[in-house]
Structures are given as structure tokens and as C-alpha cells.
Write a protein that binds this ligand. Structure first.
Ligand SMILES: [Zn+2]
Length: 495
């Protein structure tokens, strides 16, 4: 008995020693983004009137509706004319060409055409305002109002702020006579909100057909400077998307006998399908800490107070605890597992008629490491009912992207550039897993330097405003984004 206690004590001591050493060795990564220049708002001011130009861009109703609805051609064309007159140097010197009819590709030729190029991405289209909700907006969604330090309107954050900030940066640098060392493409899709197949996908294909096979950096929307959005972190954190979840909607169709509701079977098609949905909700996909999420823990963990740092440094032991903590928020859970969301359910035509079919659609956002096929297979296993057919709905299936290289120069340059335009600010920099989708996915198989980040401040209820009511961006954020892209273009010379 004594020996047993001694052994247990020894095991405990070894455990404490390992946990302590690992915590001590869990060093900060933030020094990797040390600024090389100090370019605060006074050192490198933005062109005047930029906020007003973004506000004007919001008045074009470049709304994407799901197919088969055609694109809002007239609105896109009007936007293009306005862009050409508003950014004359860009349009004279960067050879804009339409791709997929309404997307725009600009080529800023570098001094050395042999260097791998950079792609700066954004999208021109916006999601619709749900009919009937227009009057809930503080300022009308397409009026381009600036008030109280904010620019209000659909597309303010998603994603015209990106498009305008990039164009403002390019126009002002051209006016200063800047010429980049490597070629920089500006690529603005027109159908990101409906998948990007006619825009970003075609642009990526076009570049490939021109033998562009290696990219120094591809930068799109999909990250921001956040406050209180990373579970367990109180401070300001710049989250830079390093991978993107996949996407599939599965259609479940239950078939049962129809007939008169006065003599029903034990279960109708609705009951059969309802139980299948319940089984799916009761059997969520397993949680995993790896890929971009694990990497986020490595960049943020060392900056946390001791108790949390200890957890992050010892995931081999603490993973179950960390998973439990993270999954208490929906956003945290989404970064650890493939999510299951039943989004549509249709059945029945009359109160006294037994339905022959019931149909549901369940949307899955797929964690890297799983695929459309593996998710479909698991769903069939859980449903396990021969009366229910399971298939891919709307022909939409997208595997998760591979993870980009967060140890390489492109990622470090993104963080360093932010530090350079935000001198004196305490901002943690970290990669993360994008739980939504972006146009950048079309480059993810072509380059390991694909990242998703726009330096705007996001906090409180801002995420609910994206695709929702009262979308807005602060004038301060737009100024920062323009200064950021100016410095980023300069910094691509050193990549
Ligand atoms: Zn977007």
C-alpha cells in the first residue's frame, strides 16, 4: 500500500513537472510581428474624402440573389463607371479587365515580373436587405449616410470597405509615383455572396491560364480586429483567417404512406423525419483542436494569465477541459467541430391529409480534416432509416481549405504591417479558422500564402449587423484600412 502511494506521488510529481516546464517553454509569438516602421495616422495620413467615397459606393445596389436570379447588371455597370471616374490613375495605369462579365481584375505591373505576385481581393456584391425590414435601419441601407462617426449601409463592412480601401491605397500610391517590385493584382468578384463561381473562381482560373502558379500573398476579407470575440481573451485581437471551413447542405426526404388522417399509422412522414433531425442534433460531430484553431491557441495562449496559459500549453492533458469551455459558446463550438444546422423543413398540404413526403435541409459547416463525402456518410449512418433518402441539396458542396503557412513571411508581414500602422496599440495577432466562406477558397489549393483579414475594428453586436440590419463601419476603421493597404503594398517589396 505504501509503495502504491509512493508510486502515485511520483506520477503526480512528474505530471506537475511536465505541466510546469511546458508552461514555461510556451513562449510568446508576438515578437514575430515587430514593426520596422512607425506609420501612425499623422505619419501617413489617408487621402481626404475617402469616407464619403465609401458612402457613395454603398448607394449602388449591387445585390446578389441566389440563382437562377441574374446579377444586378445595371447596378454593377453604374458602379464600374463611378469607380473609373473616382480612381482615374488606377484605371489608366492598372489595365482593368472584366472577368465573368462583372468581376474586375486590375494588374499593377511590378518592376520584376519574375517575382511571385500578390493578389488583393474584395467583393463588389452585397446580400439583400430582407424585404419589410428596411424601416428598422437607423439610416436607409442604400443611402450612403455618414453619421456619428459611422458609415451606414449594406456592404459597409461586407465588403465594400475592402474594395474602396484597396482602391484608395492604390490611387494615392500611384499619385506618389510608387511602383511595386512584384506584380500586384486587385481582384474584385461580383458574386461572392452566392458562391463566387462566376467571379473569383474565374479570376483564379484566368491567372492560372496565364501561368501564375506561385503567389507571394493572396489577401481577402474574413478576419478583423476584434474585441471580446475570442473566447477567454479580453484584449484586442487581430484574427487572421488561415483556413476556411467547408460547406454542404444535405436534403433529407422521408417517404410514408398517405391517406386519411382519421386512421393514421403510428408515425407520419413528419414524425419519421423529425426524429431523424433530433438524432442528428443529439449526435454532433466530434470536437477537435487542430489546424488553424490549434495554431490560434499557440499564438494567443502565451499572452494569457497563468491559469489559462497553463491550459493552452498542455493541451495533451487539458484538451477535454478546453473543448468544454470553448463549446459553451456557439462561436467557440463552430471552430472545433463540423456544425449541424437544420434550416428548412417542409411537409403536408392539409390538416386532415397524411403527408406522403417530408423534406428537410440540414446545413453543415465542415471542419478541416473532414470532407463533404465523410460528412454525408456519417449523416446516413446516424439517420439509419431506409424510409429516408439523404442527398446533397442545391448542388452545393465545398470541402474545407488546406491551412496556409503561418510560419512563412506573408503571414508575418500581415501582422507586422498592422503593427506599423497602429503604433502604441496593444493588439494580439493570431491565425484563426474562418467558419464562414470567402472567395479566397479558390486560391487555397494554389498557394500556402492565402489569408483573410481586413483591419477594421469589430466588437459588440457588429457581427450581427453583417448580413443583418444596421450594417456599418466606423470612419476610423476605414482610415486604418486605407493606411494599412498603403503600407502593405510597400511591404510586398520585401516579401
Ligand atoms: Zn463578404
Amino acid at each position: 500500500m505504501k509503495r502504491l502511494f509512493a508510486l502515485l506521488g511520483l506520477v503526480l510529481l512528474v505530471l506537475i513537472a511536465v505541466v510546469s516546464v511546458r508552461t514555461l517553454l510556451f513562449g510568446s509569438r508576438q515578437g514575430e510581428f515587430a514593426p520596422a516602421a512607425d506609420l501612425g495616422a499623422t505619419a501617413d495620413p489617408v487621402p481626404s474624402g475617402a469616407a464619403q467615397r465609401l458612402a457613395t459606393a454603398l448607394t449602388f445596389r449591387t445585390v446578389s440573389l441566389p440563382p437562377p436570379a441574374p446579377p444586378a447588371r445595371e447596378e454593377f455597370r453604374a458602379l464600374h463607371l463611378w469607380l473609373a471616374s473616382t480612381y482615374p490613375l488606377v484605371h489608366q495605369q492598372l489595365e482593368p479587365e472584366p472577368v465573368g462579365e462583372l468581376s474586375l481584375l486590375y494588374t499593377w505591373r511590378g518592376v520584376d515580373p519574375t517575382l511571385p505576385p500578390v493578389v488583393l481581393m474584395g467583393h463588389q456584391d452585397v446580400v439583400p436587405v430582407i424585404p419589410g425590414t428596411e424601416d428598422r435601419w437607423t439610416h436607409p441601407p442604400f443611402d450612403g449616410v455618414i453619421a456619428d462617426g459611422w458609415i451606414w449601409g449594406r456592404g459597409a463592412l461586407d465588403d465594400k470597405a475592402t474594395v474602396i480601401a484597396i482602391l484608395e491605397a492604390a490611387e494615392s500610391l500611384l499619385a506618389e509615383g510608387h511602383r511595386p517590385q512584384r506584380t500586384i493584382y486587385l481582384a474584385f468578384g461580383h458574386d461572392e455572396e452566392v458562391g463566387g463561381a462566376n467571379g473569383a473562381q474565374k479570376i483564379a482560373g484566368l491567372l492560372e491560364s496565364r501561368r501564375v502558379t506561385d503567389y507571394a500573398l493572396v489577401l481577402d476579407e474574413g478576419g478583423a480586429i476584434t474585441q471580446g470575440m475570442v473566447p477567454g481573451v479580453d484584449g484586442t485581437t487581430a484574427i487572421i483567417g488561415a483556413a476556411e471551413k467547408g460547406y454542404v447542405s444535405l436534403e433529407l426526404i422521408a417517404t410514408a404512406q398517405g391517406g386519411h388522417s382519421s386512421t393514421p399509422p403510428k408515425s407520419t412522414a413528419i414524425g419519421i423525419l423529425g426524429r431523424a433531425i433530433t438524432r442528428l442534433e443529439d449526435n454532433p460531430f466530434p470536437m477537435r483542436i487542430d489546424g488553424a484553431t490549434r495554431s490560434m491557441f499557440e499564438f494567443i495562449g502565451p499572452e494569457l494569465p497563468l491559469s489559462r496559459r497553463l491550459l493552452m500549453a498542455n493541451l495533451w492533458l487539458t484538451a477535454p477541459l478546453v473543448k468544454k469551455g470553448m463549446s459553451s459558446s456557439n462561436g467557440g463550438a463552430a471552430s472545433l467541430r463540423t456544425t449541424t444546422a437544420a434550416t428548412m423543413f417542409n411537409a403536408g398540404i392539409k390538416d386532415n391529409v397524411l403527408p406522403i413526403n417530408a423534406r428537410a435541409v440540414v446545413n453543415f459547416r465542415i471542419l478541416p480534416g473532414e470532407t463533404v463525402d465523410s460528412v454525408t456518410t456519417r449523416v446516413r449512418e446516424i439517420v439509419a432509416d431506409e424510409r429516408i433518402e439523404v442527398g446533397v441539396a442545391f448542388n452545393l458542396g465545398q470541402d474545407p481549405t488546406p491551412m496556409s503557412d503561418v510560419e512563412g513571411p506573408a503571414f508575418k508581414m500581415i501582422g507586422r504591417t498592422l503593427r506599423e500602422v497602429l503604433p502604441g496599440e496593444e493588439v494580439l495577432i493570431t491565425p484563426y479558422l474562418v467558419t464562414g466562406g470567402t472567395d479566397a477558397k479558390y486560391y487555397a489549393s494554389r498557394s500556402r500564402n492565402v489569408f483573410r483579414f481586413l483591419p477594421v475594428f469589430i466588437g459588440g453586436d457588429d457581427m450581427g449587423r453583417v448580413h443583418g440590419t444596421d450594417e456599418r463601419v466606423s470612419v476610423e476603421s476605414v482610415d486604418l484600412a486605407i493606411r494599412y493597404f498603403r503600407q502593405l503594398v510597400r511591404n510586398t517589396d520585401g516579401l
